[in-house]
Design a protein around this ligand. Structure first.
Ligand SMILES: Nc1ncnc2c1ncn2[C@@H]1O[C@H](COP(=O)(O)OP(=O)(O)OP(=O)(O)O)[C@@H](O)[C@H]1O
Ligand SMILES: [Mg+2]
Length: 481
């Protein structure tokens, strides 16, 4: 076809060149005769081409439709539906299958495991093929006979998109995506995100924290997820930011998992240090789907996001950044991120955030005081949630969870020790965990009491030495809000 097109083009050029020469040198009556002759040969040529087109179509009567994983920067959700449909539904027609066991189910689940699958719909045969380009982006190619064109375009495509969505809803499969290039997860390897099924047992029922605070968070999440019309009415992008702060082991990551389970959202775990620059961050964030939680853990460690820098310091940093960039270009081995605070802020409240709807952004930090006030101001991070050391109320909820205990004679002692001790729920949970085959509530509670007493002695020693040296113990988690 291509060759035929070229021949036709160069043939036409020669005809026009000939005509120009004739115009210049030939008498009128000859010109008219030659003109008529030329017109009839052009007509014959186009006729031959039409004929050859029909000939090719006759011998290759197949039509192809391509569905790519990404439409520009945006993830193509039709692609995801096709993938779900093909991997779960079209197994009876596939030659190669993959068996796996899913969560609580005892049965093996069969999934398609070949690159080419035949499917049948209302008597029409179609073939699906997956192609991966050099950058890792995938494209589904659908091939069918042209006589099935109407069935395929009018109803088969609609059918598979709907089926794919239904299967996803039924399986309630949430995904955990990461952009970390070092992770070698499969099977959905893409250049932007890699993902696995998200299966975390965390829930708000098992999360030990102040019950009033928990209630507030649950109400906020419910208002957000049902707020489609409200956000539209007030003209705001349907998104919400949560900042979780507190010492290590107080349940920040657990709360994110509980949020995902509650709302049935997928999680995008953003590794900022693996992102080259602001434009790569933008690409990544635009590639996220709706109904998702975008998580940036330990934001203070991921980037230099400290606030109130002096101009002099800023200038010096900018100089160092550009120098480093040049150096990176040179040896291309330093993996440092060049995402800036403004790049991040731009995403949070810029137009990028409006590209997708129903998205939650969560930042976590152990050091609230280290963050730039611009990053955590209200409106950007709508709700600031302090995850604190274990209180007696949180302990009771952990004991109920781990030991099935509502009350115990040792509770009074534990309550008074907890008033002094700064112990994370993770450490309490560690002591309450079953160490033998049988639950030994007394043993676990005594372990906890020993741990609390040790903590209190350590704190007392620290306080004593602080007083002696005339400084106060620094508390980075002082409540700012
Ligand atoms: N509030 C809590 N309620 C129930 N379990 C908790 C709580 N906090 C911590 N845990 C337990 O401790 C483990 C560690 O908690 P998690 O990873 O959520 O802490 P974190 O605050 O994210 O810590 P880090 O700041 O180090 O990331 C969890 O697997 C969970 O079992
Ligand atoms: Mg964590």
């Amino acid at each position: 076809m291509m060759m035929m097109g070229n021949t036709f083009g160069s043939g036409m050029a020669s005809v026009f060149f000939l005509w120009a020469t004739i115009q210049q040198f030939f008498p009128n009556h000859l010109k008219i005769a030659i003109k008529e002759c030329l017109i009839s040969s052009i007509q014959q040529f186009t006729f031959v081409q039409r004929l050859s087109d029909r000939f090719i179509t006759f011998f290759s009567p197949y039509v192809e439709i391509k569905i790519s994983q990404y439409d520009g920067y945006q993830y193509n959700h039709a692609f995801a539906s096709i993938e779900t449909y093909l991997s779960e539904k079209a197994t009876d027609k596939a030659k190669h299958l993959r068996a796996s066991q899913v969560r609580e189910s005892k049965d093996l689940v069969l999934k398609r495991d070949d690159n080419r699958t035949r499917d049948e719909y209302k008597g029409a045969n179609v073939w699906w093929e997956i192609e991966t380009d050099s950058e890792g982006f995938r494209t589904y190619k659908l091939t069918f006979h042209r006589r099935s064109r109407d069935i395929v375009t009018d109803s088969y495509m609609k059918y598979i998109f709907e089926e794919g969505k239904l299967i996803d809803a039924k399986n309630k499969k949430m995904k955990l995506y990461t952009n970390n290039p070092s992770s070698s997860w499969g099977p959905n390897k893409t250049a932007l995100w890699r993902c696995i099924d998200f299966e975390h047992p965390a829930s708000f029922d098992t999360l030990a924290m102040d019950s009033k605070k928990k209630e507030e968070i649950l109400d906020d999440l419910a208002a957000f997820s049902n707020g489609k019309e409200y956000y539209k009415k007030i003209g705001k992008a349907w998104k919400r930011g949560y900042l979780l702060y507190g010492p290590p082991g107080t349940g920040k990551s657990t709360m994110i998992a509980a949020m995902a389970n509650l709302l049935n959202y997928s999680i995008y775990d953003v590794e900022l240090t693996a992102i080259k620059d602001n434009s790569e961050l933008r690409k990544l964030l635009i590639g996220t789907a709706s109904k998702s939680i975008i998580v940036i853990e330990d934001i203070d460690c991921s980037l230099d996001l400290t606030g109130q820098r002096s101009n002099k310091k800023k200038k010096k940093e900018r100089f160092l950044m550009s120098w480093k960039k040049e150096k990176d270009k040179e040896d291309n081995k330093d993996n440092k991120s060049f995402v800036t605070l403004s790049g991040l802020l731009n995403f949070i409240d810029g137009i990028w955030s409006a590209c997708g709807q129903e998205r939650i952004i969560v930042f976590t930090t152990n050091h609230l005081a280290k963050l730039d006030p611009a990053l955590i101001r209200r409106g950007r991070m709508d709700m600031h949630i302090e995850m604190s050391y274990c209180t007696f109320e949180a302990f009771k909820s952990l004991a109920k969870n781990y030991l099935d205990l509502d009350t115990h004679p040792l509770y009074t002692k534990i309550e008074s020790l907890l008033k002094e001790a700064k112990i994370a729920p993770a450490d309490v949970a560690e002591n309450l965990m079953k160490k033998k085959s049988e639950i030994d509530a007394d043993g676990s509670l005594n372990d906890l009491i020993n741990a609390l007493e040790r903590k209190n002695t350590q704190n007392a020693t620290l306080d004593e030495s602080s007083e002696k040296h005339g400084f106060k113990r620094f508390n980075p988690f002082r409540k700012l809000f």
